[in-house]
Design a protein around this ligand. Structure first.
Ligand code: COA
Length: 200
């Protein structure tokens, strides 16, 4: 039996839910990553297997939900037919593995991210889900900035950030990546975007 969805957020067309520690959810993640076009700007190393993802759900995703129910990686489904379209991430910015390189040192900043199946692209779904998450941060007095990043050539990704009101901060170089990473942020009044260069 499919467990009931553990819903975090709804938009006009999307339901965002917490992942469950199931083979079915691990399989959704592996399938999403199996499209080379989806992974084009993501990471230059070996993909996760179903076992890897099952372990990651258990040790990382569920731990993030336990620490804060509105932080972590959330499965996105289209309301109309229930299809899995991908995921959104909304986690404490310091948890990004290149947080040091990005200058994301403030635990009250939250990182926005997304990865959608190719069949779902070009219909405004990433923007729709992201805007709802950015709005939730605006309503949360604990959050100081929403931050995001993408490799510079990933214009679809940076365009989503711009449409959600995030502004470009600067570019940084990452070990193992040919293209630079561009940092974006949208901060509450009185807070500076993290990662700004101090030598300019
Ligand atoms: C990035 C991603 C989530 C965008 O999803 P989406 O639902 O298609 O995004 P939206 O439809 O909300 O908006 C995309 C915007 O980028 C624009 N865009 C798409 N491809 C583009 C390109 N190659 N160059 C410039 N703009 C582009 C679209 O026209 C749209 O902007 P507009 O509304 O002003 O026309 C999706 O492409 C994806 O999952 N990519 C693979 C994973 C990934 O790269 N994730 C981000 C890692 S940082």
């Amino acid at each position: 039996m499919t467990p009931a969805w553990d819903v975090v957020l709804e938009t006009d067309r999307l339901v965002l839910r917490r992942f469950a520690d199931t083979d079915a959810d691990a399989a959704l993640l592996v399938d999403l990553d199996s499209d080379p076009e989806v992974m084009r700007y993501i990471r230059p190393f070996a993909p996760y297997t179903a076992d890897d993802y099952r372990d990651r759900i258990r040790t990382v995703y569920l731990a993030q939900y336990a620490a804060h129910p509105a932080r972590g990686v959330f499965a996105a489904h289209e309301k109309a037919a229930g299809d899995f379209v991908g995921w959104f991430i909304f986690r404490t910015a310091t948890e990004y593995r290149f947080a040091a390189e990005a200058g994301w040192t403030r635990p009250s900043d939250v990182e926005l991210g997304y990865r959608l199946r190719r069949a779902a692209w070009g219909r405004g779904l990433a923007t729709e889900g992201s805007k709802a998450l950015v709005a939730s941060a605006g309503a949360d007095p604990e959050v100081t900035c929403v931050v995001s990043c993408a490799l510079v050539p990933n214009r679809a990704s940076t365009r989503v950030m711009e449409k959600c009101g995030l502004a470009r901060v600067r570019e940084v170089r990452l070990p193992g990546y040919d293209d630079p990473l561009v940092l974006y942020a949208r901060c509450k009044p009185g807070y500076d975007p993290p990662g700004q260069a101090t030598d300019q």
